[in-house]
Design a protein around this ligand. Structure first.
Ligand code: PLP
Length: 464
């Protein structure tokens, strides 16, 4: 059999999908039972024609494919994938390189070094920071907070990698009340305990209050970590990092920043104020697969001082031919050993867009979010609940005149079923809200206008 036939077919199927992704019903429309029926069945006992397998897969999965790659998906914080990044991702699979060690994949190790330098420069972070290429921001939070745990305990003479946590000095961890659940998940896995976290009150946009942090840390002694956030998943607002760093420094605490999408504001001159002081933190977690629009799975764990980063993650064994420290061992910076060459799409994207193109992507999607907010807010009974400072818009939909209750959950359900666009629901400060995140490189003003009209149509129907 021609080995290229199956790759050619995949290429054709992928291109056909992308050619119509902008005109699909945006949400999936399957039932779970129908998907099971179409995709499941008994374990195959013998071989099948691979081209047929792909064709059947594409056909059967289709109703359950959500057009997140398209221009009118506004759920969660979901980027699409710039075509060159998809193409480079294909190469990552075809070359099938392992990014663990230089000796396994020299080109990948060098590309990781190059991209690490570019990303640090683009985000205005300290030169020489170490960068691990992880699966997403959740793992980036885990990696950075492991480095933090190592360092704050090392400073009091405790080797957490060798001696564990069971008899270790207590580590105080401060988070905002609006901390992202993945940072809590990371701290949980690190043995620091979700219930042990000191949750610092936030303001009306979800930003950690620096005065409250000062109060919470007033009598702090011993090892401490402050886990701050730039880019709240609901409002897009960022914690006051400069003041947080000042307070933490005065008490010898490590400052980690969860900036899954918000950190990219640092790459845009006129948005940089929102994250002022971010370069003074000790570690930063961010995503490339959200706002930077590379395919999943792509996150970045960045640590100012490479020593605790490597101490927390690095592994040694005689059979791992590590070479000298001039040769990058990708596995020193991530909680993984074998790992796909996820640097390739990132490299191709940064080479294609350049710093100006990345800033343009962020700037453009922020402008589109403001356009969406303005279009919705112009309608009676529709309230935008947040200051639209980045790409996030929170909206509340009132019931018919004068009635106190709102119809927000009904509008969200109608929008998802109607299919012009997709937006999720959330609860913001005790109120139901629709959450709109504009994160896709291909979204246009026409997409925003069409989506706003569809959302307002659903609101009118829900009020009727
Ligand atoms: C999405 C998100 C995460 C988790 O990132 P994944 O890429 O899903 O692992 C963490 N923090 C914030 C603020 C996020 O928005």
């Amino acid at each position: 059999m021609n080995p290229h036939a199956v790759l050619d077919r995949a290429h054709a199927l992928a291109c056909a999908y992308l050619a119509e992704v902008a005109s699909r019903h945006v949400g999936g429309r399957p039932t779970q039972a129908a998907l099971h029926a179409a995709l499941g069945g008994a374990l195959p006992q013998g071989p099948a024609d691979p081209v047929r397998v792909l064709e059947q897969l594409a056909r059967a999965a289709d109703p359950g494919i959500v057009a997140t790659a398209g221009p009118r998906y506004f759920g969660f914080v979901t980027g699409g994938a710039v075509p060159v990044a998809v193409a480079a991702d294909w190469l990552a699979s075809a070359w099938d390189q392992n990014g663990a060690l230089y000796v396994m994949a020299p080109a990948v190790a060098v590309l990781e070094d190059v991209v690490a330098g570019w990303v640090v420069e683009l985000l205005g972070l300290p030169r020489g920071s170490s960068v691990g290429l992880v699966t997403g921001c959740h793992m980036a939070n885990f990696t950075c907070l492991a480095a933090a745990r190592h360092e704050v305990l090392r400073r009091v003479g405790w080797d957490v990698e060798a001696d564990g946590l069971q008899r270790a000095p207590r580590v105080a961890v401060y988070v905002g009340e609006e901390v992202h659940v993945s940072a809590v998940g990371a701290l949980r896995m690190l043995g620091l305990g979700a219930r042990e976290l000191v949750r610092v009150p936030v303001d009306d946009q979800g930003r950690m209050r620096a005065d409250a942090l000062a109060g919470a840390m007033a009598d702090a002694r011993g090892p401490a970590i402050v886990c701050a956030q730039v880019g709240n998943v609901n409002t897009g607002a960022s914690d006051p990092i400069a003041r947080i760093v000042d307070l933490a420094r005065a008490r010898g605490a490590w400052v980690h920043v969860d900036g899954a999408f918000g950190l990219w504001a640092a790459a845009v001159p006129e948005l940089r104020d929102q994250v002022a002081g971010v370069e003074r933190a000790d570690s930063w977690a961010t995503d490339a697969h959200k706002w930077l629009n590379v395919p999943y799975d792509s996150g970045l764990a960045i640590v100012r001082d490479p020593a605790p980063h490597r101490a927390a993650m690095g592994l040694r064994a005689a059979y791992l031919q590590r070479g000298d420290d001039e040769e990058r061992a990708g596995m020193d910076w991530v909680p993984e050993s074998s790992r796909r060459a996820r640097v390739l799409p990132l490299y191709a994207l940064l080479r294609t867009l350049g710093a100006g193109g990345v800033a343009g992507l962020v700037r453009r999607t922020c402008a589109l979010a403001r356009r969406m907010a303005a279009a919705l807010a112009a309608e009676p009974g529709v309230t935008v609940l947040n200051d639209v400072v980045l790409n996030q818009v929170l909206v509340r939909f009132a019931a018919a005149d004068g009635r106190a209750e709102d119809v927000t959950p009904q509008v969200v359900a109608r929008v998802q079923a109607e299919g012009t666009c997709w937006a999720g629901g959330t609860v913001w400060q005790g109120r139901q809200a629709m959450r709109i995140s504009v994160s896709n490189w291909s979204t246009t003003e026409a997409d925003i206008d069409r989506s706003a009209a569809a959302i307002l149509g659903c609101h009118r129907a829900a009020r009727a």
